[in-house]
Design a protein around this ligand. Sequence first.
Ligand code: NAD
Length: 438
Amino acid sequence: MRIAVVGTGYVGLVTGTCLAETGNEVVCVDINQKKVEMMQQGQLPIYEPGLEQLFHRNIAQGRLRFTTSLSEGIEEAKIIFLALPTPPGGNGAADLSYVLGAAADIAGLLTSYKVIVTKSTVPVGTADKVTAIMQQHIREGVSYAVVSNPEFLREGVAVEDFMKPDRVVVGTSDERARKLMAELYGPYVRQGNPIIFMDERSSELTKYAANSFLATKISFMNEIANLCERVGADVDMVRKGIGADERIGRRFLFAGIGYGGSCFPKDVQALAKSAEENHYDFKILDAVMDVNQTQKRMLVEKVSNYYQGDLSGKHFALWGLAFKPETDDIREAPALEIIDALLSAGATVSAFDPEGMNNVKALLGEKITFAENPYAALEGADALLIVTEWQLFRTPDFERVGSLLKAKVIFDGRNLYDIQKMIDCGFYYNSIGRKVVG
Ligand code: NAD
């Protein structure tokens, strides 16, 4: 099938590449000329495990192309995906200007039936808005269908998630579009995972409900962790104890320093705003956001308490900048708030992250120093702060860590290390929801 993907970011590029992988002919459209030029030269603009091989293979076999021209991109496509940003607007609601703007432009270019699929995360009622704006620009006699098809991929495992999704959600009332979507996604659900067809509104809400539920799980466990610290319990034990219950499940129960990234913060906020606009007081969401804000500051609070509130002149090593492991994405990363708080308190920072350093460099420039490897970041630092749970940080040479640091002090926002190991190695070790040792 011929496909166009409008917006070639984390979602659009993975979608386009993975659709090409099963034999479709895909054209990716983006307004960012530099990005498009990079991709035309065979360079990936993002880090995503497993993407590079698929990207090169499909370009080489002529199934994946890139352009800045919308008309060229959609000319022959049967299905047009919109994978455009939906950032928070001024009032917290999702900003739909990218999606509606593109829909209007596409409508003006259509000469035959096409399916317009919204892959961006959009509030309930957006399919109606897309239809209304297309109606204003469409030529007489040309028909089209608007479909909601939210994306559930996780950065860091995006290729795997796209190729073998737990489920595909499709919201449409157009029978022809339904058949085309079933045909397109068939190869990805061969193992029996479902394509769940529903109405557009339910589909749009499903995405927000999923992300908000996951964010709720995180905030809930972070509150349990905070309570653990006060009552002398260990959150890792509590996690194992509850996770063994099949109704709860083992996944997504890890305490830490709050959720970040380009999705959870904005999606929880947008759902709360949708509820408010519909005169519904969604109490849980307010608590989820509130807890997360507090949790993001937790590590710095621990650090500050340790140094009796005086961080001026202190130097800290940071392991991890990306909002989670296996990505270079730093949008809403807890690391950024931590760095900001440390610098404001008069401290200096040396950081290492396997993939996120270029993006932070572009944002902060010389405000912090960037190390070539995890150990180089430690030289002369008063303490090590662990911010992102990259595998690389899980089993370091603790003797070397101890000898490079000025003092054997670790603040661990991701609970990477065994408490007994930290005692044996002689570290002061302060993590989340577990006893402080040393
Ligand atoms: P992104 O910022 O990485 O990518 C968006 C791309 O769209 C950019 O390359 C930008 O240049 C391009 N763009 C902007 N305006 C354009 C236009 N008029 N025409 C063509 N291209 C244009 O965003 P993302 O992370 O891929 O997210 C896209 C959508 O998918 C959002 O709604 C997001 O909430 C949703 N989503 C994201 C994830 C994720 O993990 N990143 C997962 C699921 C859903």
